[in-house]
Design a protein around this ligand. Structure first.
Ligand SMILES: [Zn+2]
Length: 253
């Protein structure tokens, strides 16, 4: 059976901005199976469309982006600005972990520009710890427990900054130079967001901003384009850098 990588990020398009390069490389170069999950369907991501309609559009965009690399898309159906570390969300992510059984899990930085990202980070961290515990959700048919805690990695925060504007340096980087076009193609599936960001943030360079950030991380480690990660290495989580070993992590790990 193929190894599995799962990204659990807050919103549709977060994976395509923060970690799609790694997903593409694991799938294409190493035969891994990828799953892309979002906590919400991006229901606040439109200035004109009602929540239900933009959610439907964005689930479709996410599924199309995932399909570019043969990945499966999952929406955990929380709501924008209402992602909380609580029983329901923890149960949903734990169920997903027990269903797809990943070796590597990617999520948001614990410190990031908005709370949906930080909450998602906490939920995923807790679910990775909980998924192997047999008594957790035993009475709710949540699937067989994992054999052990998966390798957990935090993506760069947006713009590499914490909420106080301080730089968050990556633990290591992964060279994505040769897959940057595919990453851009995946992000381009999120057509609704190009319009929305233009209106709300005044940014018209949706794809360009992603490339620029990748370039900046590339400069950090001496390649064209890169993605940065930090590994969760708290007590009982795996200590070896599996992702760095498989994809040739650059910089200190
Ligand atoms: Zn987001």
């Amino acid at each position: 059976m193929a190894d599995v990588v799962l990204s659990v990020l807050a919103h549709p398009d977060d994976a395509e901005i923060l970690c799609a390069g790694v997903l593409i490389r694991l799938v294409r170069e190493h035969g891994w199976q990828a799953h892309i999950a979002t906590m919400t369907p991006g229901d606040c991501g439109s200035a004109e469309l009602p929540a239900e309609e933009i959610s439907r559009i964005r689930r479709g965009e996410s599924a199309r982006a995932a399909a570019c690399i043969g990945a499966t898309y999952h929406c955990l159906e929380e709501r924008d600005l209402l992602v909380f570390y609580q029983e329901r969300s923890l149960e949903r992510v734990t169920r997903l972990l027990r269903q797809v059984r990943p070796r590597i899990v990617l999520t948001h930085s614990p410190a990031d520009y908005m709370l949906d990202h930080e909450m998602t980070s906490s939920i995923v961290r807790a679910a990775a710890f909980a998924a192997p515990i047999p008594n957790f959700l035993r009475d709710r048919e949540s699937g067989p427990p994992l054999e052990h805690i998966p390798h957990l990695y935090y993506c760069d925060p947006i713009e590499g900054k914490d909420p106080l504007g301080r730089d968050v340096p990556p633990g290591f980087c992964v060279d994505i130079s040769h897959v940057i076009t595919s990453k851009s193609d995946m992000l381009a599936c999120h057509a609704s967001q190009r319009d929305w960001l233009l209106k709300h943030h005044g940014i018209d360079h949706y794809l360009e901003a992603m490339r620029q950030w990748g370039q900046q991380r590339g400069v950090h480690c001496g390649v064209g384009y890169a993605e940065g990660f930090r590994q969760h290495r708290g007590h009982s989580y795996p200590q070896d850098n599996l992702l760095g070993q498989v994809l040739g992590g650059l910089g200190s790990a």
